[in-house]
Structure formats: structure tokens, C-alpha cells
Design a protein around this ligand. Structure first.
Ligand SMILES: C[S@@+](CC[C@H](N)C(=O)[O-])C[C@H]1O[C@@H](n2cnc3c(N)ncnc32)[C@H](O)[C@@H]1O
Length: 285
């Protein structure tokens, strides 16, 4: 049997330390007993840094006064999975009912309708909404103005969201008609399989702002009054206390009558400020 040197294995104390650091920085709760998970994710980070031993990496984190490596740790431990038109029923609802409902209060007509993707990852969620809104502006008497905000704790994903360039696989969820209207096909750049990259058209890109903000302590958030908020597939990673803080911070930044969309696996406990109006769809009251 092959022996693994202790320096190449994370101890339970190491896992506990990593778990506590991730929680302190991002509110993300990871069971310290998941040593295989930590081992796998941290090994990648060690390779990227050229560090050989876990104990050296732990030492690096302990002396990380700038917080930079702690953010990289969170990056290594969190997932950024996303896709265009994920939980498609919410976009259908927006198109068929939500926009009319919000329009009745002047959103998109007297003032810009504002959409916020509060854990936007690489942007697919926000760009999907943008396609629905832009379509609505092209209808007679349709939406007149809208603005888009994407926030996330991870700087690398925000960079990609802003660049708005995706592989063929990543844009799989975008139907042919929307592709034709809102995706530009690169004529030169290709992926490893020689398939072209796609970029969101400038009309949508110019409406969007992406910013770094942390849902667990509400740092980096601007004051806003959003009409539509996507807060999907991020609450599940938080402790109950952090979920509550994040939810309150988001609801406080929504307009009354605004719509909150959560992930289908996320349970929002009943509260006076929200009324459920569809599956994973809430209205601020
Ligand atoms: C699984 S992705 C979900 C992306 C998108 N909302 C969706 O449903 O397709 C989770 C995202 O939450 C972000 N995240 C994790 N902790 C966060 C925090 N404390 N504040 C803001 N974003 C956070 C991650 O960086 C990641 O991009």
C-alpha cells in the first residue's frame, strides 16, 4: 500500500481551519469532515502557487493580512456553476406575466426597470434576463428602458461576465432565435475543438454593470431599488444566519412590488416582506 506523507495530507485541524476561514470571508459553510473535498480543491490551489506542502499553504493563509489568499481559498472551495436560461420557467414567467405586472407600476416606462443578479457567476443569468427585456423593447408599446447589475464575490467570474464571451457549450441554453438576435459569433477565435466563441451583442453589454460584492456581510453593495432580483443557487451554501442577513440585505435593496427569484432548492422562510406568487418567485410587499 502506498504511504502518503503527512505533509501531503490535510489533517482534521487543517480542514477545520479552512472551513472557518471560508465561512469568515464568504459565509460559505463547508463541513470540515469533508476532507477529500478539501484535499482535492486545495491541491489545485497549491499547484497554481507552486507550493508543495499543505502546512506551508496553511501558514500562508495564517499570515494573509491582505486577505488576498483568503479570497483565493474561497474561489477554490466554491462552485460557479451556471447556465443560460437555467430554471427556464422563471424567464417564461417574466416574459408572459412579470414584465406587465412591473410595467403597471411604471417600471420600464416612467423609469428604467432594474434587474440585479446577486450572485451572477459568469453572467449567464443576467444576460438571459437581458435577452427577454431587450425582446420586450422591440414590441409595439413594449418596455422602454432597463438597466442590468451583476454582483458576485468572485473577481475572476465577474471578469468573464463583463467580457461576455462564451463557448458553444456554454450558450447551449440559448434558442436559435435569441442567438440570432443577441449573440455575435466570432469569425476567428475558437475553442480547443475549433468551435467558435460567442459574444453578447453591444446593445446588451452597454446596459450592464458588474461589481464585486459579498452577500454574507453586505460589503460592496450599492443602495439600489431593484425591480427584479435573481438570488439563485447561493443561499444553499450559507448558514441559516448568513442566509437571513443576505436575504434581508437584498430585500432592503428592492422596490416594493419588486420580484425576487430564488433557486428551486432554496427555501425562503415566510416573512412579512415577501409574498410567494409562483414556484421560487416572490413579490416584495
Ligand atoms: C452556483 S453559482 C450560482 C450562479 C447563478 N446565480 C445561477 O444560479 O446560475 C454561486 C455563485 O455565488 C457566488 N458566491 C458565493 N458566496 C458568495 C458571497 N458571499 N457573496 C456573493 N457571491 C457569492 C459564487 O462566487 C458563485 O459565482
Amino acid at each position: 500500500m502506498k504511504m502518503v506523507s503527512p505533509a501531503l495530507q490535510l489533517s482534521i485541524e487543517d480542514c477545520r481551519f479552512l472551513s472557518e476561514r471560508a465561512f469568515a470571508v464568504a459565509g460559505v459553510k463547508i463541513d470540515p469532515c469533508k476532507s477529500d473535498f478539501f484535499q482535492l480543491r486545495i491541491s489545485r490551489r497549491l499547484r497554481a502557487l507552486g507550493v508543495d506542502r499543505f502546512e506551508d499553504y496553511i501558514g500562508l493563509l495564517k499570515s494573509d493580512d491582505s486577505g488576498i489568499e483568503s479570497r483565493c481559498l474561497v474561489e477554490a472551495l466554491t462552485t460557479h456553476t451556471t447556465s443560460f436560461f437555467r430554471e427556464c420557467h422563471q424567464y417564461d414567467w417574466l416574459k408572459n406575466e412579470g414584465l406587465n405586472r412591473l410595467g403597471a407600476s411604471g417600471a420600464g416606462f416612467d423609469r428604467p426597470l432594474s434587474v440585479w443578479s446577486a450572485a451572477c457567476s459568469t453572467g449567464a443569468e443576467l444576460w438571459s434576463a437581458a435577452m427577454i427585456l431587450e425582446d420586450a423593447t422591440r414590441e409595439p408599446g413594449g418596455l422602454r428602458k432597463y438597466q442590468l447589475l451583476g454582483t458576485d464575490i468572485s473577481r475572476p467570474v465577474l471578469k468573464k461576465a463583463k467580457g461576455a464571451t462564451y463557448t458553444e457549450t456554454e450558450v447551449e441554453g440559448v434558442g436559435a432565435a435569441l442567438r440570432g438576435r443577441y449573440l455575435m459569433r466570432s469569425t476567428t477565435a475558437t475553442d480547443l475543438e475549433k468551435r467558435p466563441y460567442y459574444r453578447i451583442v453591444p446593445e446588451l453589454r452597454q446596459r450592464a454593470v458588474f461589481e464585486c460584492a459579498n452577500l454574507s456581510n453586505l460589503s460592496g453593495f450599492r443602495d439600489c431599488a431593484a425591480d427584479i432580483v435573481f438570488l439563485r443557487n447561493v443561499l444553499i451554501y450559507f448558514s441559516e444566519e448568513v442566509q437571513e442577513r443576505a436575504l434581508k440585505g437584498v430585500i432592503d435593496r428592492m422596490r416594493r412590488g419588486g420580484i425576487l427569484m430564488t433557486g428551486h432548492a432554496e427555501v425562503v422562510s415566510p416573512r412579512a416582506s415577501l409574498r410567494m406568487i409562483g414556484p421560487s418567485i416572490y413579490e416584495k410587499v
